[in-house]
Design a protein around this ligand. Sequence first.
Ligand code: CA
Length: 231
Amino acid sequence: MANRILIVEDEIDLSRTLEYSLNKDGYDTICAATGKEALVHALREPHPDLILLDLMLPDMSGLEVCRQIRSNSANFNPSILILTAKGEEIDRVVGFELGADDYVVKPFSIRELKLRIGAILKRSKGDGSAKPAEENAIPINRTTQSIVIAGEEISLTSLEFRILDALTANPGQFMSRDELLKQVWGEKSGVRSRTVDVHVNRLREKLGTANQLIETRRNVGYRFNQPKTDF
Ligand code: CA
């Protein structure tokens, strides 16, 4: 099935250009020009696989849209790629903290954007370089990007999933924030280590009673501990 992309952008020319170009590449698209419309389309089935989210919308901030989607995403887990204007550096960091997967700065080339989209969707569909599930100590479902803890399925954002992936690849070994940052966000992301902490903390919260699986050591970093009991 074709991937479904929700384009949230109030610059109609840009929105149309994106729609045309993405359709040509075989994506299904839906367009929204306001935050309100974006939320309606994001929360309605069939949910989008990925959301291109402009930050400056006429009725609300894209960050608020991002926050609301993430807080409603118990049953679906779209990837979110933020479109920012130059100089919105601070928003960009906040965007990651709110659960965005990536960002591009305007003006961007459509080609570059499509490469990013392709990469995000590939990661979120789980055909990345990570180890197969059976080598991991907790049941990880790559298709739905979720884990099962105490019989309960917990869905993760692409970022949380990649963090977990990175940590479970070397159980028992500490990874520094910088290593984790490089591996999960990439070499030139411009993301600060504080953002790593925010996402690891959110992941730990989601693990609930199993949060001891991820251990934090001050000035060292994070590690994944093999569970002593079955989850
Ligand atoms: Ca705008």
